[in-house]
Every structure is written in C-alpha cells, then in structure tokens.
Design a protein. Structure first.
Length: 480
C-alpha cells in the first residue's frame, strides 16, 4: 500500500533545506547515520521497517497542493517552492537487512546524498525505523521467553492508532511472533492470522455450554474455546470437555482452550490435568491477558502448562520502553569539488558523542561455534585480512582487549539504494522472518536473557578510534 508521505516531516527540515540552497550548499554531499543510543531496557534490537522506509523515499514528490500549503505558511520564497516541485531523492542508502540483530551506536541505516536530500528524509526515516525496530525488539524478547512456544500478536485494539497496529504487527513477526489477530496486516503482509472468540460470545447465549457448542458447530476443526467467562475450573473447562467429546464423536478433534485471566500457572496445570484425564492430551492451552516477557518467563519457571501465548498491549506498545530513541546524525560532508570531511557531535555526556566518517559495521564470528562474538565499527575505506589475528579494544576502557584468530567477518551494511533507485528487490516477509531467527540463533543465550544480560562487545577499529579522538582534541583546542 503506497501512500504519499512527502510532508511527513518536521518543519525545520524544510527551513534548513531552504537555507542550504541560499548558502550554495545544495551540491554538497552529506553522510548521515541512523542509530540508537545505549539504554537500560534494550540490550540488543532487531532492525525492522526498511521496506516501508524505502517505499517512502522512492515516492517523495511535492504535489501542487503541497506547494500551495507551504506557500500559505509565508516562510518560503518562490525560488524554493519551484525547487520543491521537481525535488526527488537521488542519493545512496546503505542499511542492515531487516531482521538483523543490532546494538547501540551501530548505524542501522546510512544515507549518502546531496545535503538537502539527506537532510529532508531524516524525520520520516526515524519515524518508520524507530517504531518497527522497537516493536520487533520487544517481540524478540517475548519470543525468547516463550522458549519455542508459538506467540500470537494480539495488540491491535491497544495500539496507538491504525499505523501502529498495522506496522507493529509486521514488526512483531520479524521479532518472533508467528501470527497476528490483525486481519488487515494479515492481508497486506501475508502474515498468518489467528483468534478465537470473546467473552461476549459466551455471554450472548443462555449458557456457557450452548455458546461453546455453537462455536464448535461452526468451526469443528479449529475449535479453541475461551473458558474463563464465569468459572474456569468449575464450568469453563468441564463444558469445553463436554463439547470436545461431542466433536470427537462426529469425527473432529478439538484445538484446545484459552485462559485470559486468573492465576495462569495454577489454572493451566489444573486444566491440563482435566484435559488429559478426559482423553484430550493433544488439546493445547493458550494464555493471554497482559503478558510480556517477564510474566511469560515467570510462568515458565512456575511450571505453567501453556502451549500458545497471545501477547497484546505490552508488546504492541513496548510498554516498558515506549520509544527506541533512534537518532540521525551527520558523520561526513563533502563540499562541492572538495574532499570528504568527517563530522562529529560533541557532548558533556560521553554517550552522546557521535562516531565520525563514512563507516561499515562488521560482525565477528567464531568459526568453530558459528556464534557472533563482537562487532567492529570501522571506516568504510578499511580492509581486514581474516588470515591474520585481529585484536579489538573497548572504545572507552582501551585496556580491555580481545584477540581473534579463527574467525570470519561479515559486513552488515548493504547498499540498498543507488542514485535514488533500488539496488535489488527486497526479500518477502517470510524470508525476513527466517533470517531474523538465524540472526538470533547466532548469539549466545547470555546476550539474550531478559535479566542482567551479558554486554555484547561493540568496538571501534583503531583507525576510526584515532580519527574520532583526534577530532575531539582538535575541536576542544579550537573551542576551549
């Protein structure tokens, strides 16, 4: 579904573009990096949203009504408005593939384009990549806690608007969910859709048994009954078993039951015992109701007999961290006819000092285990010889080093747009999801555990480290 999102931008992007033109900078070439900073909640993220971001970039154009609206603001002269009428993105974009596990400070997307073009797309890129990466990352945590059980995304009714529900569903399956309750997302992206019935279905019949029986009659081969409307163990499960026996007598097997409230550990154990004793050991138990990775992990530790998890509000809103905090920072600038100049943003907060220059991110794998051991952010011009030992060091505590001997390196950033045009078709969502699973499996569990995860090494190459520190020293000398 293509929409015209050209004006999905902050006003200051347009005023800066106007300023660049008036300053003769329209042919300067800028490099911007999109990345997120370290925080206390997310130790790693799963990149998502690239397909929608590139769709936005490909379709940038100012309609006459857009220009008329901007004219009405009284901010822009006719020369700039005429410039907008033929404005397109003609630059290059590098990005990690969707589904890639990424860490703080690593470029997820790098844009290299004429300064006005690179500047203009900042807001929309952040809007799209920030949101989907946030939800994919939350989904990855939830799926990890489920330890191989299927997770259904149930968040549409609690999402912050239609787009958050639609694209959040897409991101959630990249992160690890197997299906969604969102029918529109299912249609748009080919995601399996799932769902049962609500408590209101049961309440609309004279009795719980009659409600279950009517539902089973309509869906005899997909009968999963919500059993906690009145009394889960006293009537819900017994009535479900009664209907399941009727289904079996007619040649059908029930799918199972759903618990949506109460002590899910206790109720699931009791329900499992009742179902098994009634002759339905294959009937699954689904649970929903304000679940997240922490509650799922707790229920697993309590021995809950739950096979399928429906996760809604806390997933679709990323309740414990409602924003990824991704930023878009200038890292290099090539004036017209000149050489590329690295750029850096300084701060009293060392975590907010950016990494300069046009860069690549390499993932270092142990050849014997196949596991990822560290990432290295390097200058794009650097080359590495995998036949030689590689020593990397902590970017702040430089005395902390590690040397790799039997290793391989994989560059993460791929060119996806060249001269404003796609380099190659993007993979379908099914392949993105499969790749995301491979990515997560390539990391040790210590990095993925929800509580106190081990810190994954993300270091700077020696050359980039020297460029950065020389720039910091020079700027502080000049502005101190």
């Amino acid at each position: 579904m293509t929409r015209d999102l050209t004006l999905l931008t902050d006003l200051y992007q347009l005023t800066m573009m106007d300023g660049y033109l008036k300053s003769g900078k329209e042919q300067d070439v800028a490099v911007f990096d999109l990345f997120y900073r370290r925080n206390k909640v997310i130790s790693y993220s799963v990149a998502a949203g690239l397909e929608q971001a590139l769709e936005y970039v490909r379709n940038i154009h100012f309609e006459e009504e857009d220009v008329q609206y901007l004219r009405s603001l009284g901010l822009f002269d006719e020369k700039f408005l005429e410039y907008l009428k033929t404005f397109r993105f003609n630059g290059d974009i590098y990005a990690v593939p969707e589904g890639t596990v990424v860490f703080p400070e690593e470029p997820i997307v790098t844009v290299r384009a004429a300064l006005p073009e690179a500047q203009f797309i900042e807001t929309a890129l952040l809007n799209i990549i920030n949101h989907q990466t946030l939800i994919a990352s939350k989904s990855a945590k939830v799926a990890y806690a489920a330890k191989g059980d299927s997770v259904m995304e149930f968040g549409l009714r609690r999402a912050q608007g239609p787009d958050a529900g639609i694209y959040g569903a897409r991101a959630s399956v990249i992160g690890g969910c197997r299906s969604t309750s969102n029918v529109l997302a299912g249609k748009m992206f080919g995601i399996p859709v799932s769902g049962t019935h609500a408590h209101s279905w049961v309440m609309n019949f004279p009795s719980e048994y009659e409600a279950f029986r009517a539902y089973a009659k309509m869906y005899p081969d997909a009968c999963l009954l919500l059993v906690d409307t009145y009394d889960t163990l006293g009537s819900g499960v017994p009535n479900a078993i009664r209907v399941f026996r009727e289904l079996r007598a007619e040649g059908h097997e029930p799918k199972g039951i759903r618990l949506d409230s109460g002590d899910l550990a206790y109720l699931s154990k009791c329900a499992r015992k009742m179902l098994d004793e009634a002759g339905f050991p294959d009937a699954i138990i689904c649970a929903s109701g304000d679940l997240d990775e922490y509650l799922i992990n707790s229920l697993k530790n309590q021995g809950a007999r739950i096979d399928l998890w429906g996760v809604g509000t806390k997933l679709i809103t990323s309740a414990d961290m409602p924003a990824l905090g991704g930023v878009y920072k200038l890292s290099a600038l090539t004036p017209k006819g000149g050489k590329e100049i690295p750029k850096i943003k300084l701060s009293d907060n060392s975590d907010k000092i950016t990494n300069p220059a046009f860069k690549q991110v390499y993932r270092i794998y142990d050849k014997k285990t196949g596991k990822a051991e560290a990432d290295l952010i390097a200058l794009r011009s650097e080359r590495f010889d995998e036949s030689q030992p590689l020593t990397i060091f902590h970017p702040k505590d430089t005395w902390k080093t590690i040397t790799f001997t039997d290793y391989r390196m994989r560059p993460l950033l791929e060119k996806v747009v060249e001269g404003g045009k796609p380099v190659k078709p993007l993979p379908p969502l099914s392949k993105i999801c499969a790749y995301a699973e491979e990515e997560k499996e390539s990391f040790w569990d210590e990095y993925k555990r929800p509580d106190n995860p081990h810190v994954y090494k993300v270091d700077l190459s020696k050359e980039l480290y020297e460029v950065k520190n020389n720039m910091i020293s020079r700027i502080r000398e000049n502005h101190g």
